[in-house]
Each structure stands twice: as C-alpha cells, then as structure tokens.
Design a protein around this ligand. Structure first.
Ligand code: PRP
Length: 211
C-alpha cells in the first residue's frame, strides 16, 4: 500500500489479480460481481483504518483484560448507482453503520453530474462519513457530493473508489485537502468521453447488467 499525503493506493497481489478480472471486457457478470466484492472488502478494511477507539474492560474465560470499541458513528454514503457496489463490504465490518444515498448520474454530453436523489441519516455532522463510488473520473460527482455533505454538516469525510483518474484525484485533493482518498488503482488519464483509461468501462452497467 502506498500513501502520499491523503491518498492511499492499495498494493496487494489479490487486488492486482481482481482488478485484471474487473478490467477484462470478457469477464461475465458473475465473475465481475465476485471480484468487486473481494476488492470492496479490502477497500472497506483500508477505509476503516485510524478510527478512534474507546477502551473497555472484558473478561476472557481466563482473566480480565482490556478491550476496545469503535468510538465514532460511521455513515456510508454511496453515490448511486455504482456506489452501491461498495456498501455491503463496509456494513460487514460495521453492522450498525447508517447508510445515506446520493443519486447522481453523469450527463453523457457535458460530463457534468446531475443530482436526482438525496436521503441522508441524522448524525452526519458527528460521525465519520465514508463516501463511496467505484469510479473517480473528472471528479465532478465526488466534488458535488462532498460539497453537499459538507453543507449538511459533515466534518470528517473519506472518499473510497476502486479506480481513479489523476484528473479526479487532483480536483478533489486541491479543493478538499481534508478529505482522504482510498483507491485500488490510479489509472493513466481520461479519454475524450471522460472515461478512465484503461479503466473498466462503466462500473454500474457492468455490475447491474445494464447497458
Ligand atoms: C459514473 C461513476 C461516478 C461518475 C464518475 O456514474 O459511477 O458516479 O460516473 O465520473 P466523474 O468523476 O466524471 O463525475 P454514472 O454516470 O455512470 O452513473 P451510474 O453509477 O448510475 O452508472
């Protein structure tokens, strides 16, 4: 794993193998979903690093010892639709995490995000907000989502993506230096249609079986 300023890029053979499965255009929907689930688990684990802990006292069958509980509320916020692919992995680690939804799609011509839905739980100003979307391309969607979450009071935000373009990373790190980014890969660039190169195509379409 490499960490530069507030960006963490996964570096693990299992992730390299699964990213290859996800990028391959001949991968079918079953393989795509299972590979996504595996990488999502590692992304979730990494996104949950450095959480505040509260000490507790527990009794093992042998003796009394120190235990820990996570001392912050966690709110997962997927950017619909594709962000849904990363939610279950976080909920597996944090079964009481609340989930907020932000509906956004990228206009195919302007490449600008279009908002169509928002439903956030109470408490986003006090907890850690994990914003998730597998693709960080121009960064327009993440930029809008982070701006909205901040306006709603969020103070601690981490953004988790599967594949990121340098353009998106630059936009988010420059505008929101307090938001850390966790990603499995930083790709080369964007093409004229603002698709990530080499990327994997449209994550939402491939995961949900739409075109
Ligand atoms: C994709 C992706 C991100 C966005 C990334 O969503 O899941 O939300 O585009 O692009 P950006 O960084 O340039 O904003 P899409 O519009 O395909 O919607 P979907 O999730 O419903 O498939």
């Amino acid at each position: 794993m490499s960490k530069q300023s507030n960006i963490t890029v996964l570096d693990h053979p299992v992730v390299s193998r699964d990213l290859s499965i996800l990028r391959d255009k001949t991968t079918d929907i079953v393989e795509f979903r299972t590979a996504m689930a595996r990488v999502a688990t590692i992304l979730a684990y990494t996104s949950l690093k450095e959480l505040p802990l509260q000490e507790t006292s527990i009794e093992t069958p042998i003796t009394q010892t120190r235990g820990y509980r996570i001392d912050t509320d966690i709110i997962v916020v997927p950017i619909l639709r594709a962000g849904l692919t990363l939610v279950d992995a976080i909920m597996n680690f944090i079964p009481d995490a609340k989930v907020g939804h932000l509906g956004m799609y990228r206009d195919e011509t302007t490449h600008e995000p279009v908002d169509y839905y928002s439903n956030l739980p109470d408490g986003i100003s006090d907890g850690l907000v994990l914003l998730v979307d597998p693709m960080l391309a121009t960064g327009g969607s993440a930029d809008d989502a982070i701006g909205y979450l901040k306006k709603q009071g969020a103070k601690q935000i981490r953004f988790t993506s599967l594949i990121s373009a340098p353009e998106g990373i630059q936009r988010i790190t420059e505008k929101y230096p307090d938001v850390s980014i966790i990603t499995a890969a930083v790709d080369k660039n964007l093409n004229d249609d603002a698709f990530i190169v080499p990327g994997l195509g449209d994550a939402g379409d491939r995961y949900f079986g739409t075109t």
